[in-house]
Design a protein around this ligand. Sequence first.
Ligand code: MG
Length: 306
Amino acid sequence: MTIVFKISDNLKDDMIKFYEDRKCEKTPPYAIFQVKDFDCVTTLYESGKVMFQGIGADIEASYWIEEERIKNGRLIDLNGKEKTKEEKIFYNISTIGSDEVGTGDFFGPIIVTATFVDKKDIPFLTDLGVRDSKKLTDIKIKRIAPQIMQKIPYATYILTNEEYNKNWNPELNMNKIKAILHNKVLSEIKAKNYPSNKIVVDQFVYPAKYYAYLKDTPNKVTGITFMTKAEDKVLSVAAASIISRYIFLKEMAKLNEEFNLDIPKGAGPLVDEIGIKIVKEYGFNKLKEIAKLNFKNVEKIKSGLK
Ligand code: MG
């Protein structure tokens, strides 16, 4: 593991002092010092860049990342990436945010969740390690989601496969479904009048298109900030993403139990294989209850039956 970021000038001397006793006699070119611990090599360069390398890099870097946060208000993550001014603003205010899962998965429902994260709950979430849920393992999701759901207000909607297949038509593309469901959970949370400063949606379509999809929907939530990769930047979106994924995992576990199979996520070849197995045993109609029938997998499953 390698973590690199630029240390602020006011921490440079602290860092030099901190490592003074342990520094190697020889330093690499353009380096001020280098320290070789058994689990991490730390190098400070003249440019101000500091590099942590080794299995202990995250622990070693965390100390300085925390110092940067306390002394300079900088938010640096363990990839060495720093949040921009706009991202920092959204990170430090009360927000409503929403995110969904299941739209790319042939099997299983679509889950959309909105949360309200009050400013005062930000440390609670950061201590739990809430980051982009895509980077969290299922085990971690299962551990932290119930704690989040206990403390953070949320609204969630499970679009079952039956409901999805009944309502699906070519004009109702996936983005329109998403827009309607995001609006549904957002309006539910917004109706509770929490003191949020901003509403953020993880952007999946241009804002104008989003609102166009809601043309016939009552209770349109407006004034949304659309942001790409919002789950990295806004805690309410990150929390919504984690809750959605947690509920999705539970729904998939139910399916696994029902069919005594390990039902795969996504829409790849393994999905076709399992689909064929299920249709052979339970008939094609069973898919209506557990899968999204507009996916191309259906054709592959049909041809696999021959
Ligand atoms: Mg998303």
